[in-house]
Design a protein around this ligand. Structure first.
Ligand SMILES: Nc1ncnc2c1ncn2[C@@H]1O[C@H](COP(=O)(O)OP(=O)(O)OP(=O)(O)O)[C@@H](O)[C@H]1O
Ligand SMILES: [Mg+2]
Length: 265
């Protein structure tokens, strides 16, 4: 199921022009990271993918659905969105009920719901916390609950808005693993992140945004290699990318594996 965004403009009621002409195709099964300075329009852009926001002009197409023609509830069948702040998303009194809400709401039968919930909780290592109130968990684990409740809906497209913010190394590794599993299942994953090392380690395609526009879009190595352009949207390439450049590597590297291969050469 492809995502097709065409000449998208969006202004908030306050008059802020948050998106200024975005055109973009994301193909089924792609793993894309979106980076860029605070206020670049990243969250505004992804909120258009499930109809939470509607274009001021231009179109957003999810497969054969134009978001203008379908409710947010219907879009949720195709696009799962994990909010930047889990407290905007969570509302149930225990983890199990929270994670079951989405699949139940999509009309899955009890057996399917249970399977989806069990799997999502296992993937996020929350299986022992089904009876816990999300608000008795730390903010980092609440974020994992938010992830689980979206994964449980088994949508073709999954969006994570800043999943690693405020997370410790162990949870960042868990989130990377969730993304890997989704990749293996052929899901489209779009992740907004300020964590550029996480971006380099986990994504083949990177989109850099600045002031409501797309600044760069392409293979991760090509985008992350453009240090000067990225600097205009306050993004530094990953540490290993910069180190590789300083060591005189001919090719841009973006993760440990590529860096070690570069060293050998
Ligand atoms: N609800 C809102 N009402 C008015 N303006 C808003 C609203 N939400 C965001 N904006 C403005 O729209 C622009 C884009 O914001 P957006 O949240 O999409 O950026 P972002 O790239 O996600 O930033 P961050 O990295 O800080 O999350 C900013 O100028 C922001 O101040
Ligand atoms: Mg944001």
């Amino acid at each position: 199921m492809n995502i097709e965004i065409s000449n998208l403009h969006f202004a908030y009621p306050t008059g802020v022009q948050a998106l200024r002409g975005i055109s973009l195709t994301i193909e089924s099964g792609e793993q894309v990271a979106i980076v860029g300075q605070n206020g670049a329009g990243k969250t505004t852009l992804v909120k258009h993918l499930n109809g939470l926001l509607q274009p001021t002009s231009g179109t957003v197409q999810i497969g054969d659905w134009n978001t203008k023609e379908h409710s947010v509830a219907k879009m949720a069948r195709r696009v799962g969105y994990v909010f930047q702040n889990p407290d905007d998303q969570l509302f149930s009194k225990n983890v199990g009920i929270e994670v079951a809400f989405g699949p139940r709401n999509l009309g899955m039968n009890a057996e399917q719901v249970q399977r989806q919930v069990n799997e999502a909780l296992a993937m996020t290592e929350l299986s022992d916390k089904t009876e816990t109130n999300p608000y008795d968990l730390s903010a980092t684990w609440r974020k994992m609950v938010a992830l689980a409740s979206v994964i449980a809906m088994d949508t073709d497209i999954v969006i994570f808005d800043e999943p690693t913010t405020g997370q410790d190394a162990a949870n960042i590794a868990r989130i990377a693993n969730v993304i890997k599993v989704l990749r293996e299942r052929g899901k489209t994953v779009i992740t907004i992140t300020h964590d550029i090392d996480f971006c380099g380690e986990n994504f083949a395609r990177v989109i850099a945004m600045s002031q409501g526009r797309i600044l760069l879009d392409g293979k991760a190595n090509d985008v992350l290699g453009q240090e000067d352009v990225l600097a205009t949207t306050y993004v530094d390439p990953p540490q290993l990318t910069r180190l590789g450049k300083r060591l005189g590597f001919k090719e841009t590297v973006r993760n440990e594996e590529e860096f070690l291969a570069g060293l050998k050469k």
